[in-house]
Ligand binder design. Structure first.
Ligand SMILES: Nc1nc2c(ncn2[C@@H]2O[C@H](COP(=O)(O)OP(=O)(O)OP(=O)(O)O)[C@@H](O)[C@H]2O)c(=O)[nH]1
Ligand SMILES: *[C@@H]1O[C@H](CO)[C@@H](O)[C@H](O)[C@H]1NC(C)=O
Ligand SMILES: *[C@@H]1O[C@H](CO)[C@@H](O)[C@H](O)[C@H]1NC(C)=O
Ligand SMILES: *[C@@H]1O[C@H](CO)[C@@H](O)[C@H](O)[C@H]1NC(C)=O
Length: 427
């Protein structure tokens, strides 16, 4: 332990807190990392660049599941958290939004109670440098499903798309690597994969023996068991960072007359102890709205309402549920926002100052919006938006009656307006 402390100190890299503690207080077993009896290996991953924040959160669940499978069968795998950044929707001007560690958005201790995870910078320190032994670029099968029959399979195949990595003079591969320019890969190959995340386990255990492996285009893999116990364990462990929850709670108290005690939404810092009964949460005296616009309206989708249509629905829900306040989370642009304010002057929004935005970043603001929507007495979201889906899950964790959660706006002329599915937590 002292040796690894010396190593991270001399490299002038961030020493994991646990390491500092275990050296300072060796008698406190609590802070000591678990004894690692097997070969330590690292799983890294990345996702197709255009994918948004909330789909990426979903891919994390798939990767955590794969790591659990791997750990059951021998080696001591650790999941390396891919730094956030360069997201298509995160375009607040003049703020630096790459190389953001997960700790800015999520509680690391909560994630770690589910599966061993480390930040990318910690990986660099432990690994002795920014080198990844093997990158596997996942892709589908060039021939599609043969005979129209679905089967699970994984094979080494020539790359179908142009490789997003190029060899440098020393023969290393350079690529995006979350904006860490100094990162290099020793080897990059393409693998066609069709199936659930854990089909990669035999490949990672048998075909590959190097220490660090990165799966690029990890969204190619499907959930091992969507909405099963394992899915929910990981989802529940994705607790928002405390500072974001506090800002959301302060906002609720100040503008929405909403506090956990009165609303029956008391949250346990330890997610493994959180098991709220469905219907036990009451929520704050306001309507929560997620109104996804931008690319959702550019395509003139039938299932997305006009602003007028949305406001009509909002008014009717407020009346029905006797709520005189409404909180709106939206990605609407300036023009639309103006129109919305005209149509719904009483709406409450979380609008950070420039300084706050610099601290919280677009991701932090999105989380605060989700947190406030998650605490509303009644929620309505946008059809097939992963942003809305993550709010559903958060409300499920808090113990809301499903009737107050699984609601969405209908398009103005939509005939069959199917409502979102209720996914129950498996504890
Ligand atoms: N603050 C805030 N940001 C939003 C809101 N709606 C969308 N966004 C932003 O737009 C992004 C796109 O929504 P996401 O749901 O994350 O994107 P996605 O994963 O592609 O999923 P879809 O919504 O299904 O497109 C979010 O990550 C936010 O950055 C909102 O209500 N509030
Ligand atoms: C893994 O190794 C097995 C046995 O050598 C081989 O048949 C298979 O094609 C390999 N799979 C991949 C994805 O490399
Ligand atoms: C690159 O990785 C592939 C797949 O693991 C392996 O077959 C190949 O030998 C490696 N190439 C080099 C140069 O190490
Ligand atoms: C806040 O809510 C409480 C009880 O739910 C109520 O008694 C109080 O009048 C409310 N305050 C405001 C300012 O609306």
């Amino acid at each position: 332990t002292t040796a690894s402390l010396m190593r991270c100190l001399t490299l002038l890299l961030l020493c994991p807190l646990s390491l500092l503690f275990s050296v300072a207080f060796p008698h406190l077993r609590f802070f000591q990392p678990p004894v690692r009896s097997h070969h330590l290996r690292y799983l890294l991953y990345d996702v197709n660049p255009p994918e948004g924040f909330n789909l990426r959160r979903d891919v994390y669940i798939r990767m955590a599941s794969l790591v659990k499978t791997l750990r059951k069968e021998g080696d001591d795998w650790v999941l390396v958290l891919p730094p956030w950044g360069r997201l298509y929707h995160w375009h607040s001007p003049n703020i630096h939004q790459i190389r953001i560690p997960w700790g800015e958005f999520f509680s690391l201790t909560s994630l770690q109670a589910n599966v061993p995870v480390i930040e990318y910078e910690e990986f660099i320190a432990e690994n002795g440098g920014p080198f990844i032994d093997q990158v596997l670029v996942l892709q589908n099968y060039a021939e599609g499903w043969t005979d129209g029959k679905w089967e699970e399979k994984v094979d080494r195949r020539p790359c179908i798309d142009k490789l997003m990595y190029s060899k440098d003079k020393q023969g290393y591969y350079r690529g995006w690597f979350w904006g860490f320019e100094e990162t290099r890969a020793r080897n990059v190959t393409c693998v066609s994969a069709q199936g659930h995340a854990s089909i990669m386990a035999p490949v990672l255990q048998k075909n590959i023996t190097v220490t660090s492996v990165m799966l690029d285009r990890a969204e190619t893999l499907l959930h091992d068991h969507y909405a099963g116990k394992d899915y929910w364990d990981t989802r529940r462990s994705m607790v928002f960072a405390k500072h974001l929850r506090i800002i959301g709670d302060d906002f609720r108290a100040k503008y929405l007359n909403s506090t956990d005690d009165r609303d029956y939404t008391v949250y346990s810092e330890d997610w493994t102890r959180m098991k709220a009964k469905l219907g036990s949460a009451k929520g704050g005296p306001y309507l929560g709205v997620h109104l996804r616009r931008k690319d959702f309206i550019w395509g003139h989708r039938e299932d997305v309402p006009s602003l007028k249509g949305a406001v009509k629905k909002i008014r009717s829900l407020m009346k029905k549920h006797k709520l005189d306040r409404v909180f709106v989370a939206t990605d609407a642009d300036g023009e639309e926002l103006k129109e919305l304010k005209k149509l719904l002057p009483e709406m409450v929004r979380f609008e950070p100052s420039i300084e706050d935005l610099e601290l919280l970043k677009d991701g932090g603001v999105a989380i605060i919006d989700q947190w406030i929507c998650a605490h509303a007495r009644f929620f309505i979201g946008t059809s097939v938006s992963t942003f809305s889906f993550r709010i559903h899950e958060e409300r499920e964790v808090l113990g809301f009656d499903p009737k107050t959660t699984y609601n969405r706006f209908c398009g103005d002329t939509e005939k069959e307006c199917e409502q979102p599915t209720h996914w129950k937590i498996v504890y």
